[in-house]
Design a protein around this ligand. Structure first.
Ligand SMILES: *Cc1c(COP(=O)(O)O)cnc(C)c1O
Length: 423
């Protein structure tokens, strides 16, 4: 048997490759250590003579114990794994209840334009004016769709946006001498990230009960208000797929108590182009670009959670942001006045910005409204067609972007049950 320089026999013990026919969740691809072993080696590198030891005694004393594969074996392993990647050609992106999963190929093409994909965050701004213009336009669309005064593009996920929005609320209250406000109201129907965000910032979380129909109990909100309350974090449309019908009354009560209204806007695809969240009085809301404005995420790519801010919170927006200067667009990188510092490295997820703006421009304002209406129609269609097979826990209202079912009526009744929307 031939030996290599490390005294290991060359050639790898296990020769057969498992097939990759397993499902994507259970890939039938063995680990590198199952394909090869540490006793053998698939390569034979020349001896290296190290003249000066520059490791200061930190050099490895024992063998690395890597599986000794040949180059083709290692390469084929990774190529087989890469073929398990999900793509828009092989299926839809199934992730996320509130997730709008149409990911047009056009977005991908735009995101790969060299002027967007090959630029470096440390390039002089005079050489990336197009990218800044794209950020500027995206900001404009987000503020117009929500009727708000400012937007922070950089948070990299919905939860990250929540953190930023609540930091802005905290900063505004600290600046106004209101630091004693330590309570955040969170309805029971909220997404789990809402109470987590409030707790992370040191607030105590007070849960607000929901009615049996799945909507927030406004009287319970009013009863919970006090001079200690900093904000409410309300998901609208909520996690039951319902639009909170009393959102205006909630906003009024919150503001009357001197608190801020944070809205979790991850489900914005149900209302974009139809309702502007700034109108009922929302002060801060994150928008999941990776849900509402396409941009595959989960297995497919990163996220982006821009936060829109009301007039009252706009001075507390973080850096960096784009502004028109005397010689074109400039990037404000250092906090002035009350502005928060940065919450991400560099400019956030440029590739997501490109996809989101492409989606907006290719739909137009009317097309976005139509996409929202179709999403709602589809969810209600599914709810109606499956109502005979499952029970519909919150069947009183027409649903928004998603419908909830449970199996409490199992076994299924023989004939389709009718559902009668109340409004
Ligand atoms: C997805 C989601 C979030 C969190 O967004 P991430 O990008 O996953 O951090 C928050 N709230 C709601 C209602 C969501 O659906």
């Amino acid at each position: 048997m031939s030996m290599n320089n490390q005294g290991r026999p060359t050639g790898v013990g296990t020769s057969g490759f498992a097939s990759t026919s397993g499902s994507a969740l259970l890939p039938n691809e063995p680990l590198l250590f199952e394909i090869g072993d540490t006793e053998h080696s698939g390569v034979d590198l020349p001896d290296v003579t190290i003249s000066t030891d520059r490791l200061g005694g930190f050099e490895r004393k024992s063998p690395l114990d890597l599986a000794g594969l040949t180059e083709p074996e290692a390469m084929r392993h990774y190529v087989r794994l890469s073929r398990l990647n999900h793509s828009i050609d092989s299926g839809m992106y199934p992730l996320g209840s509130c997730t709008m999963k149409h990911n047009p190929r056009l977005n991908e093409k735009m995101a790969r334009l060299p002027g967007f994909s090959d630029i470096h965050p440390l390039q002089p701004v005079s050489t990336v004016q197009g990218a800044l213009e794209l950020m500027n336009q995206l900001s404009h669309w987000l503020m117009t769709l929500t009727n708000t005064a400012a937007v922070a593009l950089t948070p990299k996920a919905g939860a990250h946006g929540e953190l930023l929005g609540m930091m802005a609320i905290k900063a505004a209250q600290d600046a106004a001498g209101q630091s004693h406000r330590k309570i955040v109201l969170v309805p029971e129907s909220a997404h789990g990230t809402n109470p987590a965000t409030a707790a992370f910032l040191g607030y105590s979380v007070k849960a607000i009960p929901a009615h049996d129909d799945g909507t927030v109990d406004v009287q319970a909100v009013k009863d919970a208000l006090s001079p200690e309350v900093a904000a409410i974090m309300l998901t609208n449309p909520n996690t039951c797929g319902l639009f909170e019908p009393q959102v205006i009354e909630i906003a009024r009560a919150i503001h009357d108590a001197g608190a801020f209204f944070y809205c979790d806007g991850a489900n914005f695809n149900a209302i974009m182009g139809v309702v502007r969240p700034g109108d009922p009085g929302i002060d801060a809301m994150h928008i999941n670009l990776h849900k509402t404005f396409s941009t595959p995420h989960g297995g497919g790519g990163p996220g982006a959670g821009p936060v829109v801010l009301s007039e009252a919170l706009a001075p507390f927006a973080p850096v960096p942001f784009v502004r028109k200067g005397s010689s074109g667009l400039e990037l404000v990188e250092h906090a002035e006045g009350d502005a928060l510092g940065r919450i991400t490295a560099f400019r956030g997820q440029m590739g997501m910005y490109v996809r989101a703006l492409t989606y907006m421009l290719s739909h137009g304002g009317d097309g976005l409204a139509r996409a929202a209406q179709d999403a709602v129609l589809n969810a209600n269609y599914i709810k109606a067609r499956l109502a005979h097979a499952f029970s519909v826990p919150f069947g009183d209202y027409p649903t928004m972007h998603e419908a909830l079912f449970d199996d409490s009526f199992w076994p299924a009744p023989a004939s389709p049950r009718s559902i009668s929307p109340r409004r």
